[in-house]
Design a protein around this ligand. Structure first.
Ligand code: HEC
Length: 137
């Protein structure tokens, strides 16, 4: 069951990559990944669920913690945080199956969606922040 879902996901990703041309939104892959891995909690429009799931759209936390985003995506987050003046303290599980490259695409999609204008995230920066937060098992 899990593999079927993965297969469908990979095939649809390949189809989108084949059919998209260069001058369309460059964060299309990030969007697909976001909608698949994040939208069920943070919502497709990035608004989250006030008091339970923090927003990503127009979120001061996202803007101010660009260097933490890759680590949150891979390893999750479980601490009290304040986003746009609202306190959140619910654990988010890490999504370890995403590659460094996919994480970069997701961050760039978030940084340029829903009115966000938080700049371009470089693959090298994602890689180095992931090196820094790698847990020692
Ligand atoms: C199962 C629900 C769930 C999923 C799936 C999920 N998150 Fe989260 N996320 C949360 C919760 C809950 C928090 C708050 C964590 C805390 O309080 O420490 C959070 C926190 C965050 C934060 C920091 C706070 C903020 O809103 O700025 C970011 C960034 C984030 N998530 C991005 C993502 C991305 C990107 C994905 C997909 C790759 C994702 N999350 C998938 C539930 C989820």
């Amino acid at each position: 069951m899990k593999w079927n879902a993965l297969l469908i996901f990979v095939i649809s990703l390949m189809l989108v990559m084949l059919t998209s041309n260069c001058d369309e939104n460059p964060y299309k892959q990030g969007k697909i990944m976001y909608n698949y891995f994040c939208a069920n909690c943070h919502m497709e429009d990035g608004t989250g669920l006030e008091g339970n799931i923090p927003p990503l759209a127009q979120a001061d936390y996202v803007k101010e913690n660009q260097d933490k985003l890759a680590c949150i995506i891979r390893y999750g987050q479980n601490e009290e945080i304040v986003v746009n003046g609202v306190t959140y303290n619910n654990p988010m599980a890490g999504i370890e199956e995403l590659s460094d490259f996919e994480i970069t695409n997701i961050i760039n999609y978030i940084n340029h969606s829903w009115g966000n204008d938080y700049g371009y995230m470089k693959y090298e920066d994602v890689k180095s922040s992931l090196e820094d937060c790698k847990p020692e098992y």
